[in-house]
Ligand binder design. Sequence first.
Ligand SMILES: *Cc1c(COP(=O)(O)O)cnc(C)c1O
Length: 460
Amino acid sequence: MSASNSHVSSQQLRDWDNAHVWHPFTSMSAYVDEHAPIIADADGFDLIDVDGRRYLDGISSLWCNVHGHRVPEIDDAVRAQLDRVGHSTMLGLSSEVSIRLAKAIVDITPVNLTKVFYSDSGATAVEVALKLAYQYHQQKSNPETARDTFISVGNAYHGDTLGSVSVGSMDVFHRVYKHLLFPTVSVPSPVVTRVPDGYDRASWLQFCFDRATELIKENHHRAAGFVIEPLVQGAAGILVHPPGYLQHIRTLCTEYSIPLIADEVAVGFGRTGTMFACEQEAVLPDLMCVAKGITGGYLPLAATLATEEIYEAFLGSPDAGRTFFHGHTYTGNPLGCAAALASLQRFQQHNLLDNVSVASELINERLHELAKHPHVGEIRQKGIMVGIELVRDKQSMDPFASALRVGHQVTVAARKRGVIIRPLGDVIVLMPAPAMPLSLIERLCDTTIEAIEEVVSQLD
Ligand SMILES: *Cc1c(COP(=O)(O)O)cnc(C)c1O
């Protein structure tokens, strides 16, 4: 049978999946026996598999979906764009829809950001920001060629290309590549989930603030940039920073002329309660990366925003070598831009930030009781980003043995109940779309609680 035949049984698809498809961030040895749903269709906030089973999309198809699936305005915008042009290059050429989107993005992002450099994923948006910051110091009017290092936050995640892995520090994902990475300076992540011996919560946070001050001061001559996930470190397990931390880093970066790179890939487009997380601390970053939610979760598109000052360091006669020699083939793809424009319009028309606000409160209420559960170590939430950390022992915060795959088991239990979630280790992540109706938010919370109770009761 040929793969392009229209009638292929679900078993045939599963066999081909196991024979040929290598899944990202997936243990393929385990995957082949897991019978994960094969998604074929979607309807609103549901995903539908090849056998017609429906699942509530509880993680916004990995943190990017905004309005649900098959949204008429976005579908129509992409179709209309298809009737004009599917792709044309941005290298030395422009496209109508990419210009219109750049204007729309500049209108809603921090006021000092006026330039939009497109790419296709969060990792490339970060990669671009790192290269821009580095090159900026070489080419600005008072060049500082010693600025060849980046400062980042412990347990950061900024994507999977080697540059973005270099500024990341999630040991499980990154340690195997350590000899390939450029060195960075890491400040401690300001979170109190597990406080080191000798500290209480308050003194540990104070230490984190002070340590950032010290490390920035010590390293400022060689710091090309400070890269941070504003307010919430997503992939590290939805770690929520204390109020004032982002502003603290901004103040230090300003004092030492270090460009602040805000990686808003996960937190952008409403997830923390404001359109962008930086707004909550009135922080103006020098570079800002957006991706995941930009197209409403439809197509691969990303952007790195820059200030006029950074942009100007790249100007000069073409033979002066000041150009930014970077660009991906599908940079600023018109279909992606058309989806993004339609998504932004709908975001505003439907006042999605209001929905995020009530949905956040509902989640908070709904999970309140769960926090007392003996195997729930901590529930962390900012807006509609939620991490429920399951532990063997609540008092000591000792984890379950990783071989038990408790987080994964909860996912499977939720799936049996028609809800798709995906954990980060033993942190159960809920990441509903900003437009998800409250009745579905309730279902997502209730099903998650049932799934957790089912799994942990079998472990005791
Ligand atoms: C997901 C993520 C990235 C990487 O985005 P991709 O589109 O997967 O490359 C970068 N930074 C943060 C904070 C993310 O959550």
